[in-house]
Design a protein around this ligand. Structure first.
Ligand SMILES: [Ca+2]
Ligand SMILES: [Ca+2]
Ligand SMILES: [Ca+2]
Length: 187
């Protein structure tokens, strides 16, 4: 696994541990669903329910696939397996990406405006500057919007073990873009 992938996974693990007890558990995903829904008050009930369901499924999948010691919690060591065998998580990550992106596109025009993107990513816990850098890296349109599929693909790439120099690397705090470009071999 590339160092960049390890950093990305470590970051998302720390954010998903919403109750801060050092492991992932069911409570984390309920809290995270509530936070994300609260950040998108203009969204319809169906989109909100979909994102809560996606968080719940995300947890159920993690528990079923990664709880190697069967204690009902996912440790960081257990969690890293999600990037080592991404094919086991494709369906779940796709549903999650699409549900999250849909929440950011309440008017259903296929584009996410910067403020909506920022609100959702801040709710998950990503740092403001990194979120803005990520949005810029997605190559927004002249009117500062990003197509929904671009974001959904970005979420999937985030979990890819062999990717470096991708937009998602902008979310890793302190990761200088210069270093990313030097160490990344993919162009
Ligand atoms: Ca936790
Ligand atoms: Ca466990
Ligand atoms: Ca929209």
């Amino acid at each position: 696994m590339r160092a960049e992938a390890t950093q990305r996974v470590a970051l998302v693990f720390s954010l998903l541990d919403a109750n801060g007890n050092g492991v992932l558990d069911a409570d984390d995903f309920t809290l995270m669903g509530d936070r994300v829904v609260a950040a998108a008050p203009q969204s319809g009930r169906a989109a909100q329910d979909a994102v809560r369901a996606a968080f719940a499924r995300y947890w159920t999948t993690l528990l079923g696939e990664l709880d190697a010691n069967g204690d009902g919690e996912i440790s960081f060591e257990e969690y890293t397996a999600c990037v080592l065998s991404p094919e086991r998580f494709d369906a779940t990550i796709t549903e999650f990406a699409e549900a999250l992106a849909a929440l950011g596109d309440p008017d259903g025009d296929g584009f996410i405006e910067r403020p909506a993107f920022h609100a959702l990513m801040a709710a998950i816990g990503f740092e403001r500057d990194n979120v803005e850098a990520l949005f810029d890296a997605f190559g927004p349109t002249a009117d500062d919007r990003v197509p929904v599929p671009v974001w959904a693909e970005g979420i999937k790439d985030y979990y890819a073990p062999d990717k470096a120099g991708i937009p998602g690397d902008r979310l890793v705090s302190g990761a200088g873009t210069g270093d990313q470009l030097v160490t990344g071999t993919a162009v």
